[in-house]
Design a protein around this ligand. Structure first.
Ligand code: FEO
Length: 406
């Protein structure tokens, strides 16, 4: 039967059979402004094997792509590399339709799938390093806990030198192109860094250890197949994305200050502009991000290339502005490291915001370079000149900080 969706050949025995989500714009708080894909892969081995499934609502698309290559009932094994529901949301339904001989997941994956779906089906746990015999080829399990869930594992197909890397090395990006070498490098760089910053940063040390573990296995990788976004197959791009992961994991500070702020009557905004001017005049770099137009996930992305976090807020009802509460809670959860920082803002009468931001920054582990700067109501030329001076101080401290940490 003719199928509306077609599988795309990845290697001699592997096909991409996932789904493209063109419309998703919010992935649990992450602005997926270019959509996403839920990648699943079909291995045409003696034991036909499906690697991962797709999010609920996309089963028809995945089964159609599978059916464009092989009758889905011919699938013998399903391997679930990651239990999060964008990859297991259709697992049980697919098991009902396909009736595979066996379904595999890591030990933690078996538990997580049970805790999500409260099912009574049999899922077999595979151990780290265990080799699944697909008849004419082998699939090896590599546990990669906390990349980025406790259940996470990768699997390696020796015959075609394919590493199925679940969320590792992926990005939220919906395209008809299936391979990274068909897309512009700037787009790959931006979306991969955004994915790392928002999904993986908190686990950067375990992720770097997992990448090192894969490197230590010394397995040739001709195809790197993540669960989101394009497939990597060009050797230089495979090396680059692995190198990017290790570099992002180090979180080395740069000479760049990210200045985030919100404003009521533009007093805090004037200060932000003058501070940025001072940072640039002092020979460092500044990126100003008004929170009225900067999504939290874009701020987090910019923080991958930063050495300072400078935060401005007016005082509203004795508190920081609500948008500051949102972004600081989000950034705190991601646990960025090696940052210096400071607070600023205009105020009317009580002016608690700067003090409150200082406390939050300290709680985040950000090293304060100043008690902060606050001005009453609308700053005039003289007070704004002080904001410029404040920017010069940020630049000076940034350069010292970079020198210490490099
Ligand atoms: Fe793509 Fe952690 O799920």
């Amino acid at each position: 039967m003719s199928q509306p969706f077609k599988a795309i050949k990845v290697s001699e025995h592997v096909y991409w059979v996932g789904a493209i989500d063109w419309s998703i714009r919010d992935f649990h708080g992450y602005a997926t402004s270019r959509g996403s894909t839920y990648n699943a892969f079909l291995i045409l081995a003696d034991k036909v094997t499906l690697i991962d499934t797709v999010k609920k609502g996309f089963k028809r698309e995945m089964l159609s792509r599978i059916a464009s290559v092989i009758e889905p009932s011919k699938i013998s094994y399903i391997v679930s590399n990651h239990a999060e529901m964008d990859h297991t949301g259709t697992l049980l339904e697919v098991m009902d339709e396909v009736k595979p001989e066996k379904v595999f997941a890591s030990k933690m994956g078996v538990k997580a799938i049970a805790a999500h779906f409260h099912h009574n089906k049999e899922i077999t746990a595979v151990a780290d390093g265990e080799v699944l015999d697909l008849g004419n080829m082998k699939l090896t399990a590599v546990e990669t806990r906390m990349v980025h869930w406790p259940d996470s594992m990768m699997t390696y197909l020796d015959a075609d030198k394919v590493l199925f890397s679940q969320d590792g090395f992926g990005m939220h990006l919906a395209t008809t192109e299936r391979f990274a070498d068909e897309l512009p490098q700037w787009l790959l760089d931006y979306e991969a860094s955004k994915y790392y910053a928002n999904i993986l940063l908190l686990y950067s040390s375990t992720i770097s250890a997992a990448v090192a573990k894969v490197q230590k296995l010394n397995i040739p990788i001709d195809f790197l197949c993540p669960d989101h976004g394009p497939i990597w197959r060009r050797p230089d791009q495979i090396q680059k994305i692995i190198g990017d992961f290790l570099r992002w994991g180090e979180q080395k500070p740069s000479d760049r200050a990210i200045i985030i702020y919100d404003t009521m009557w533009r007093g805090t905004e004037f200060m932000a502009s003058a501070i940025a001017d001072g940072v640039a005049a002092g020979g460092a770099r500044a990126k100003v991000m008004p929170l009225s137009g900067s999504h939290r996930s874009n701020v987090a992305t910019e923080m991958l290339d930063a050495g300072a976090l400078i935060v401005g807020s007016p005082t509203l009802n004795n508190n920081i502005f609500p948008s500051l509460g949102d972004i600081l809670t989000y950034l705190k959860g991601l646990k960025p490291r090696n940052l210096i920082g400071a607070a600023f803002g205009s105020y009317g009468w009580s002016g608690e915001a700067v003090k409150q931001i200082n406390a939050i920054l300290e709680d985040m582990g950000v090293e304060l370079i100043s008690p902060g700067q606050r001005f009453n109501y609308v700053p005039d030329e003289d007070t704004l000149a002080q904001s410029h001076e404040f920017g010069l101080l940020v630049a000076k401290k940034l350069k010292e900080h970079c020198a210490t940490c490099s």
